[in-house]
Design a protein around this ligand. Structure first.
Ligand SMILES: [Zn+2]
Ligand SMILES: [Zn+2]
Length: 396
């Protein structure tokens, strides 16, 4: 594959936002891809006929590294479609669920998964009404497109649109080098924000940021994050802190305690050591928490949250225990005026805000970079729960 090399457009842009020293540097392994040509934002690209893509034909079927997967050519793009040169893509648990067929929804087959893609606009379909230009840095998120006309879309609940298309599920996603996406829902990336850091924000970051917005808290109020040391949790505590809330983190082990302390979280409850509800009550002067963002996927985390929330407190459901139910007492839900709300990814504006907060240096993802070819191995490690932190795949 060959790219036309042009000077970076970044030199014409405003100076990049200066990020403070990273607490956790991306662990970029020394591998041959480091030496490859870096893909820059460029005014035009030589778009090849074929590309590398990772696909599967059947649920739980073989995952194939395709070396000559067709690239949609600019003249084949429909109005509203955009061809994105994917540079990095995060790997989310949802990608694994799609391959395993875990959800009561049908995905397209064969499928190119992936919904945390960052890259550059390489071509725009004719008659597309958009401000995007060739070379713009953009993100591909879970919500690939929606109608923008229905009641849900008009209210900003775009992910609930009946006509929603989902990247790496109902349409091909970012586990490829050249992805077709949609002008209306591509997220413009902040100037100077590294593409590998943007990738995990596009699903994990947006999801927890939206969940926190949904809790509708005031500055200084207390938010509990069960599962705080995990992929979603470590982002949730940073967004919560950036939004001015006091965080109580729940997880287990000294490693997680140390990780969370590095984000400035002082109140850590090890759920394997004693009574979680009592511990939250003690840390809140006996009043309870204003909200719990449950990113843990254990049913117990939901039961405990309902017990430690103060009156008018909000339980925001994000983590999905298999066959999980939320069991709430009707009496106490009424008398304490509890709010029990599900939160599912975010809309276009949420994505822009989540990226801006991260680009301002207030949120850092811990991730490692691996080659796109490694996806089957990443899935295996995810299934075996031996994966530490998030993996971002290099699609160059
Ligand atoms: Zn995801
Ligand atoms: Zn709609």
């Amino acid at each position: 594959m060959k790219f036309t090399s042009f000077p970076r457009l970044a030199s014409l842009r405003p100076p990049p936002i200066l990020l403070p020293a990273r607490r956790f540097l991306a662990l970029r392994p020394a591998s041959p891809h480091v030496a490859r040509q870096t893909i820059f934002s460029a005014p035009s690209y030589d778009i090849p006929l074929t590309q590398k893509a990772v696909t599967f034909d059947a649920i739980r079927g073989p995952i194939t590294i395709q070396k000559a997967w067709p690239v949609t050519q600019p003249e084949e793009l429909l109005p509203g479609q955009v061809l994105v040169r994917v540079v990095y893509t995060g790997v989310c648990h949802t990608d694994l669920h799609a391959w395993l067929g875990d959800w009561p929804l049908k995905n397209k087959l064969p499928l190119v998964g992936g919904h945390e893609g960052s890259g550059y606009v390489a071509a725009i379909g004719k008659q597309t009404n958009t401000d995007l230009k060739i070379g713009d840095a953009v993100g591909i998120k879970w919500l690939a497109d929606s109608c923008l006309h229905c009641e849900e879309c008009r209210k900003g609940y775009e992910s609930s649109c009946a006509e929603a298309k989902n990247s790496g599920f109902s349409v091909d996603g970012s586990f490829q080098q050249w992805a077709v996406s949609y002008a209306n829902h591509l997220t413009p990336l902040p100037d100077g924000f590294p593409l590998e850091e943007a990738a995990p924000i596009l699903c994990a970051g947006v999801t927890v940021y939206k969940a926190l917005k949904t809790a509708a808290l005031a500055t200084g109020e207390v938010v509990v994050v069960p599962g705080a040391g995990g992929g979603l949790g470590h982002l949730a505590v940073q967004y919560a802190t950036a939004m001015g809330y006091r965080v109580i983190a729940i997880d287990s082990g000294e490693d997680k305690r140390a990780l969370l302390a590095s984000y400035g979280v002082e109140d850590f409850i090890d759920y394997t050591q004693g009574d979680v509800v009592k511990a939250v009550q003690e840390l809140t002067g006996g009043h309870g928490a204003h909200a719990s963002i449950v990113v843990a996927s254990g049913a117990q985390a939901y039961e405990q949250a309902l017990q430690y929330l103060r009156p008018h407190g909000a339980l925001i459901a994000v983590g999905m225990p298999p066959d999980g139910d939320i069991k709430a007492s009707v009496f106490w839900t009424v008398v304490k005026s509890h709010r029990i709300i599900g939160s599912y990814v975010g809309n276009r504006q949420d994505a822009i805000e989540a990226l801006e907060i991260a680009a301002a240096g207030k949120v850092h993802t811990t991730f490692t970079i691996e080659d796109l070819d490694n996806l089957p191995s990443v899935f295996e490690r995810m299934r075996a729960a031996t994966l530490n932190g998030r993996v971002v795949l290099d699609c160059q």
